[in-house]
Design a protein around this ligand. Structure first.
Ligand code: ADP
Ligand code: ZN
Ligand code: ZN
Length: 763
């Protein structure tokens, strides 16, 4: 039976999947699969070109006699690229995108400009023989050849730039010499090395020189011993043993729930070492913001040049080269943010996601994937182990552990024996009642005074993440919520309160419906105002501020952290940026100024995010020898996210939160598919999304799925593009995928949707 394959040849345009059909040659009929990388004759000259197999079928609408035949399949069918292509196709199906968009997300792009290969001519014979040959050539007036041999007498290795450049030697001159065995042309791969790695290498060399001379310099950079190995605690060792004991049994999936400071990084290193000993490779995902010099150098000390790093400031070429190094076996460990997930290792042994709850693992561009889900799929496709780690696991991960998708491993204690900090909650409503209208509560002021007097440091934290202008009462804590969706309403410029899920709206209120107070409104203070207030209250204190404004420069973020770490300031004021990244042993006080800011964003994940931020922020206090204290200021001190964060208790929080998700049908207890629509034409968008919602209601009804919306997105207009969304809810993700697939077809066939950009988002 004849087989035909639909193949993507060009991945430079992503809006549409343009496929070409090729005949599958007999010898490939049994083995070819979607996702395979092949070579096909393409263009007028039938030049062999790389292609990605999208579909295989036994019939075609093209005239079979006109079809060309696939030339060959990538020799290594289990090669990294084929596996990644298969992963891309899975992402296309699951998240909704074109195949090209998915391929471009997963496969590294080839950079055409800079050469990556360096050639050089190397002498293969003793000097005397070179001398002899040179003289012979001179006699025969072979001047070019003589010039080359003379140069080689001086320098037995000649870079090709020199050969073709200053020596003006062409291949017709050196090739015969190569055939005679006098010299050879060597190729050297040159990778562009990211600046971070260069700096690491230089620093380590310096370290080694110093410690030979003076000694003790190694300690400065946080080393213990040359190899960077530390003795694991019993708890850490147990976790490592549990994972390694069944290493050979295929793919294990683990969630390490370890409190802040429980030493998860040391566990990751041990697991990575275990993979390397077996000739396998490892990927470690770290949120970009924690990808600090301090963190990376620990890995570098342990694994040296076998690691590489990705981060968003790398150029395309640098990035591509790091992927090439991985494919070529030049490195074994890749550390980086979510895109490091696609490192093309040939024998991936383990995938680790640190701080798996972090929002940055979710991609905002199409396909809108989540690194945790894609990692799970990649681990399955490649027979690798997957380890998730967090002090505050995402509901998805913990729910997964509860339902047997992950094995739960716990690190319940801080490794250095340090105690978790003491947490106080301050009720801002009573502060107001007692006449204090400042953003600093009396307790926080008192504790700041003590901390400064003791010469210790404090961090003040404003959790503005996702802040979208909710309205609350400062006297009683009442928050305006959507009667249908149980999320906070957002105040819009037009003076209305709006729900971003269902579009419900009501006029702004001026008196609190609960207590009648006039102290109702949006929360306005930013980090800058807080800095002013703190400086006024503590004129002698040295302040540092860290937010989007002060970190704009290339290393602004690292620079502020470094200065604070060096004790150049007493108080660091910042947004969620300060929660991550560093251990500051001298920080004994953490103040959270308005816990409610993240509690009432218009998102079903608001409580989860708040709990995570508060717990992580609290975890910054008392990382050194001195015990830490935390002050949480809030208008809602009884809220379970705040109560549980104050007690540093995960499990009770999870119970309450998952109950709410079940009740409301939100993930992970239920699935939700968002269809995001955008257009420059507001009217066109409104009409189109109305049609789309009607269509969705039609197909959802038969499948017992609920459709919510359409509604404006939380940011309803970006750079003159209007944005709206409609949501579909169902407990089974597979049903949502089916609905998404039908919708994709429907949209493709309806030219009316052409002016609209449509993106899908799963859960
Ligand atoms: P986590 O990521 O769980 O918050 P880290 O991995 O950053 O914790 O570890 C916290 C601190 O404890 C680090 O300074 C680390 O060097 C140290 N540490 C980790 N494991 C050990 C150990 N076995 N013995 C001594 N110190 C350790
Ligand atoms: Zn009130
Ligand atoms: Zn609503």
């Amino acid at each position: 039976m004849e087989l035909y394959a639909d193949i993507i040849v060009d991945i430079s345009h992503s809006r549409l999947d343009r496929t070409f059909t090729f005949r599958v040659p007999e010898e490939l009929r049994q083995i070819l699969e979607p996702g395979n990388v092949v070579e096909v004759p393409f263009g007028k000259s039938d030049r062999p070109q790389k292609g990605y197999v999208l579909r295989i079928s036994d019939h075609t609408s093209c005239a079979p006699e006109k079809l060309k035949t696939i030339l060959r399949v990538e020799t290594n069918l289990a090669g990294a690229e084929s596996k990644l292509t298969a992963l891309a196709l899975w992402m296309r199906d699951y998240y909704g995108s074109t195949a090209v968009q998915a391929l471009r997300t997963v496969l590294p792009f080839r950079e055409k400009s800079a050469p990556r290969e360096r050639k050089r001519l190397v002498s293969l014979v003793p000097k005397e023989q070179l001398q002899q040959q040179m003289e012979t050539c001179r006699r025969k007036h072979q001047t070019a050849r003589a010039r080359l041999l003379e140069a080689m007498l001086q320098e037995p290795v000649l870079p090709m730039e020199v050969v073709t450049g200053s020596l003006k030697i062409t291949p017709s001159v050196w090739k015969p010499l190569a055939e005679q065995g006098v010299l050879t042309c060597e190729r050297e791969l040159v990778y562009r090395t990211p600046a971070v790695l260069q700096r690491l290498r230089a620093d380590i060399r310096k370290d080694q020189e110093n410690s030979r001379g003076v000694g003790g310099a190694a300690e400065l950079s946080g080393l213990s011993g040359d190899s960077g190995t530390i003795r694991l605690s019993t708890e850490q060792q147990q976790v490592v043993d549990q994972i390694c004991a069944r290493w050979e049994d295929g793919t294990g999936r683990y969630l390490i729930h370890g409190v802040t400071g429980s030493g998860k990084t040391a566990v990751y290193m041990e697991l990575i070492a275990h993979a390397l000993e077996r000739g396998q490779q490892a990927i470690l995902l770290i949120p970009e913001i924690s990808l600090t010099y301090q963190n990376v150098i620990r890995f570098y000390h342990r694994f040296g040049d076998r690691i590489s790093i990705l981060h968003s400031r790398l150029s395309q070429a640098e990035r591509y080269d790091q992927f090439e190094r991985a494919r070529d076996g030049d490195i074994d460990v890749m550390i980086g943010p979510r895109s490091a997930l696609f490192t093309p290792f040939q024998r991936l042994g383990i995938l680790i996601i640190d701080e798996e709850h972090e929002a940055s693992y979710h991609s905002e561009s199409v396909p809108r994937y989540h690194a945790r889900e894609v990692a799970l799929k990649r681990a399955e496709l490649e027979g690798a182990h997957l380890v998730l780690g967090s002090a505050t696991p995402s509901l998805e991960a913990y729910y997964g552990a509860e339902h047997g998708r992950y094995e739960l491993l716990c690190l319940p204690n801080r490794v250095a024996g340090g105690e978790l900090p003491v947490v106080h909650t301050v009720d801002l409503r009573s502060e107001l009642k007692e006449g204090n209208r400042s953003i600093l509560s009396r307790m926080l002021v008192e504790k700041l005074e003590d901390t400064l007097a003791r010469g210790q440091q404090a961090m003040l934290f404003l959790n503005r993440r996702g802040y979208s202008g909710f309205v609350s009462c400062r006297a009683c804590g009442y928050v305006a919520k959507c009667p249908h969706c149980d999320v906070s309403l957002s105040l819009h410029k037009n003076g209305k309160l709006i729900c971003h899920y269902c579009g419900y709206s009501e006029p702004m209120i001026h008196d609190c419906p609960e207590c009648g107070s006039g102290f109702i409104g949006g929360f306005r203070a930013g980090t800058q105002q807080i800095e002013e207030v703190v400086q006024q209250r503590f004129p002698q204190a040295r302040l540092l501020r860290m937010d989007a404004d002060t970190t704009r420069g290339k290393d602004g973020h690292a620079e502020i952290l470094r200065a604070f770490g060096n004790g150049e300031a007493d108080i660091l004021i910042g947004t969620q940026m300060i929660v991550k990244g560093h251990d500051f042993p001298n920080v004994t006080l953490v103040g959270i100024l308005a816990a409610d800011l993240s509690l009432h964003v218009a998102d079903y994940r608001a409580s989860e995010r708040t709990f995570q931020l508060l717990t992580q922020a609290a975890g910054r206090a008392g990382r050194g020898k001195e015990p830490g204290e935390v002050v949480i200021q809030t208008y809602d001190p009884e809220h379970y996210a705040i109560v549980c964060a104050a007690r540093q208790e995960y499990e009770p929080f999870y119970r309450q939160e998952i109950a709410y998700r079940r009740l409301a049908g939100y993930p992970p207890a239920g699935g939700i598919l968002a269809v995001h629509c955008a257009s420059k034409e507001e009217q066109t968008l409104t009409v189109a999304i109305d049609y789309l919602s009607r269509f969705l209601r039609g197909i959802a009804q038969r499948r017992k799925a609920a459709v919510i919306g359409p509604a404006d997105e939380p940011v309803a207009r970006i750079q003159d593009v209007y944005r709206k969304a409609v949501y579909v809810k169902h407990s089974d993700t597979r049903v949502l995928i089916a609905i998404k697939n039908i919708t994709e077809l429907y949209i493709e066939q309806n030219p009316g949707y052409k002016p609209i950009t449509i993106q899908y988002e799963m859960n």
